[in-house]
Design a protein around this ligand. Structure first.
Ligand SMILES: Nc1ncnc2c1ncn2[C@@H]1O[C@H](COP(=O)(O)OP(=O)(O)OP(=O)(O)O)[C@@H](O)[C@H]1O
Ligand SMILES: [Mg+2]
Length: 210
């Protein structure tokens, strides 16, 4: 299954979640983020003497298309899409089996989600085979927040979005582990670890149902 963390809005946690999920699932990652966040964390991982994450670099659109034309269904891979709307990121959205769209629960973020929905509709209209839907994942939320109606109502209004059950809070473990080249799943305990493992369980449930 090709699992993509995709949103045209920057800074919503695509790279952070791609990193932790790839380590938890022990699967390769394609890094389309020009900031190369994952490459940097992987160099820290190597320095720490840990088994590096298998990061696949893509040179051009054709190589990307060839790779995924022949991608076996039973093999999982994660794609970290860059936070902007361009050719290769659009291809990633078309070829993915599951797109997870991290969203932060702030009114100001809602314009970004609505813009992304417009882009998904545009791609789906242009390509016969594409009818793109994504799963919105609340990320970086305050651990004390209980009311997510703003995002939930918006997701309800847009036919290409579904809400994920998992929720990821703002937690220091998510960035502190990355600074050490580790994944939260490699910690002995903690809330970040349990939230990430719930997300992984939900991904596996979606995979089974697919
Ligand atoms: N759940 C979280 N807890 C703590 N910090 C978080 C969380 N999610 C994201 N962040 C922080 O928010 C910032 C942006 O995250 P990240 O780089 O993963 O976003 P992105 O969507 O990949 O951005 P871009 O589109 O620019 O590639 C980073 O500093 C990251 O550490
Ligand atoms: Mg990124």
């Amino acid at each position: 299954m090709i699992i993509t963390f995709g949103h045209t809005k920057g800074g919503v946690g695509k790279s952070l979640l791609a990193w932790h999920t790839a380590i938890a699932l022990d699967v390769p990652v394609v890094d389309l983020d020009f900031q190369k966040t994952l490459v940097f964390s992987n160099s820290l991982r190597k320095q720490a003497g840990l088994e590096p994450v298998d990061i696949i670099h893509i040179e051009n659109d054709d190589q990307f298309i060839d790779m995924f034309n022949t991608w076996p269904d039973d093999k999982d891979i994660i794609i970290d899409v860059g936070g902007f709307d361009m050719g290769i990121n659009r291809i990633a959205l078309i070829i993915s089996d599951l797109i997870i769209t991290p969203a932060i629960d702030r009114v100001t973020e809602m314009a970004g989600l609505s813009k992304f929905h417009e882009i998904l509709t545009d791609i789906s209209d242009k390509f016969d085979d594409a009818d793109i839907h994504t799963r919105v994942l609340l990320n970086d939320i305050s651990p004390s927040s209980k009311d997510f109606t703003v995002v939930e109502e918006l997701v309800d209004d847009f036919n290409r979005f579904d809400m994920m059950e998992s929720r990821i809070c703002h937690r220091a473990d998510f960035y502190n582990t990355m600074k050490e080249g580790k994944g939260v799943s490699e910690l002995s305990k903690g809330k970040a670890k349990s939230e990430l493992l719930s997300l992984v369980d939900e991904i596996m449930k979606i995979k089974k149902e697919a």
